[in-house]
Write a protein that binds this ligand. Structure first.
Ligand code: NAD
Length: 451
């Protein structure tokens, strides 16, 4: 089935100006907020079914997250949309210059399965705030959440301007053959390239929110137990299936054994002695991912966890030691609850290893050495840096969220989302009289070059 008709209908709504008024945008954001609060149980059940996600975690990292983005935006949208005056060079005076944000048109948002509510709806907040019509493509790999979106979005939002298209590769391929004014893709880099290639056909701008191996560096200047708790929390949330989860740890050699012990204690604190029984610990999304992950267990020795059960797709929170830098677990983004610890001889070696890989989506460091922090900021490149805490930077609406290089292009959250889905139009206005430009009109007589 082709979705040309869906896109044409949305474009017609956009062209008729349905989505432009500020009142419409605010109304849609409030309606989206209502959907997330009134029907939170539907989404919690869907997330439980897709990922065994604990309802409290679903509130914090999915539903509540989007509500937070909506509230942040509702409070500031009017101000963000005000024209911005800019200075006019003396030679062009008198004149007024400003920028205004205009909606781009019809946008496509393609989301992955790991945070299937947050990663579909947080971009939607920006797209609606900017006054666009939107096609939402949830991930087929989180089928319960996808179905809930397809059912509830049309109930709450303006059907003339927001459509949900469910499906996998075929549906997405068909969507990508349509002309959009912006494509916002979250997922892996292989498909990111397919999206970017399709977008080029229509010169459609793209935002690519991709992944990669987000490293952690730990030195001996910090409280190891506290650092281990933070690392374990960021890593094992959603069973490690988080784009900004710590992927691997580089630790100063002398404290490596202490860190492994502290991670064991932290896992026990978070998930008890038997994480398989914990209602707070998630499951691997499908058999394919489960097999990929269990295949990585041979890359080292399980200092923590390692046990797994194919029938329930349970993979214990696992810490691997004795991992060679060229082993399979270090060759690709892990995207699951396996945390390799690699001892290094200080910050120089850590920076060398980080720089040898692709630019990560996030980089975390646990050090109280100000010089080490400065060196990490200036000598490495990543989408974000977290000192003392993984993943939480994405909850700061004022910080742009996005990658660099292989981890993505473009960013969103807060005002950045509005800008991502807007065109910043330059406006110059100069009165016809007095005609100060007469000073540079031909004929180019003596002195006009010094204008
Ligand atoms: P996924 O398999 O759900 O794919 C994402 C989307 O791409 C889906 O909607 C899917 O239908 C579509 N898709 C799949 N194959 C396609 C094809 N051939 N052509 C067109 N569309 C296609 O999710 P995934 O890619 O496995 O997600 C995991 C990856 O996403 C990880 O690398 C992770 O780091 C990254 N990620 C990044 C962020 C971020 O915000 N930067 C967030 C979450 C996940």
């Amino acid at each position: 089935m082709t979705h040309a008709r869906t896109v044409a209908d949305l474009r017609s709504s956009f062209d008729r100006g349905v989505t432009k008024p500020l009142a419409w945008r605010l109304g849609q954001l409030r309606a989206l907020r209502r959907m997330l609060t009134e029907r939170s149980a539907v989404f919690e059940d869907a997330l439980l079914s897709d990922l065994a996600k604990n309802p409290t975690e679903s509130q914090i990292a999915e539903l509540g997250f989007v509500v937070g983005e909506i509230d942040h935006t509702l409070k500031r949208l009017r101000r963000w949309l005000r024209p911005q005056r800019v200075a006019v060079p003396g030679a062009l005076m008198p004149a007024r210059a400003s920028t205004i944000l205009e909606p781009v048109g019809v946008v496509l948002i393609i989301a992955p399965w790991n945070y299937p509510v947050q990663l579909l709806l947080a971009p939607l907040v920006g797209a609606l705030a900017a006054g666009n019509a939107v096609v939402l493509k949830p991930s087929e790999l989180a089928p319960a959440t996808s179905a809930a979106m397809a059912r509830l979005i049309p109930e709450y939002l303006d059907r003339r301007a927001v459509a949900v298209v469910e499906g996998g590769v075929d549906e997405t391929t068909d969507l990508l053959a349509q002309r959009f004014d912006h494509i916002f893709y979250t997922g892996n880099g292989r498909v990111g390239r397919i999206v970017a290639a399709a977008a080029v056909e229509n010169l459609t701008p793209v935002t690519l929110e991709l992944g990669g191996k987000s490293p952690v560096y730990v030195d001996g200047t910090v409280d190891i137990a506290a650092a281990a708790r933070r690392i374990a929390w960021g890593k094992f949330m959603n069973a490690g299936q988080t784009c900004v989860a710590p992927d691997y740890v580089l630790v100063d050699r002398a404290i490596a054994p202490r860190l492994a012990d502290a991670l064991r204690d932290a896992v026990r604190e978070l998930y008890g002695d038997a994480p398989a029984q914990s209602p707070d610990y998630g499951r691997i999304v499908n058999d394919r991912q489960f097999e990929r992950l269990t295949g990585m267990l041979g890359s080292g020795t399980a200092a923590v966890g390692g046990d797994h059960d194919a029938a329930t797709r349970y993979l214990a929170p696992t810490v691997l030691t004795g991992v060679a830098p060229d082993s399979p677990v270090m060759a690709e983004e892990i995207f699951g609850p396996i945390l390799p610890i690699l001892p290094v001889d200080g910050l120089d070696e850590a920076i060398r290893i980080i720089r040898a890989g692709d630019k990560p989506l996030a980089l975390y460091a646990f050090t109280s050495d100000a010089r080490a922090r400065r060196r990490i900021l200036t000598e490495t490149s990543s989408g974000a840096v977290g000192f003392g805490v993984p993943a939480a930077h994405l909850a700061v609406a004022g910080l742009p969220f996005g990658g660099v290089g292989e981890s993505g292009a473009g960013a969103y959250h807060g005002e950045r989302s509005l800008r991502t889905f807007s065109h910043e139009k330059a406006v110059l206005s100069k009165s016809l009289a007095p005609d100060t430009l007469a000073l540079i009109y031909p004929p180019y007589t003596e002195g006009k070059d010094r204008f």
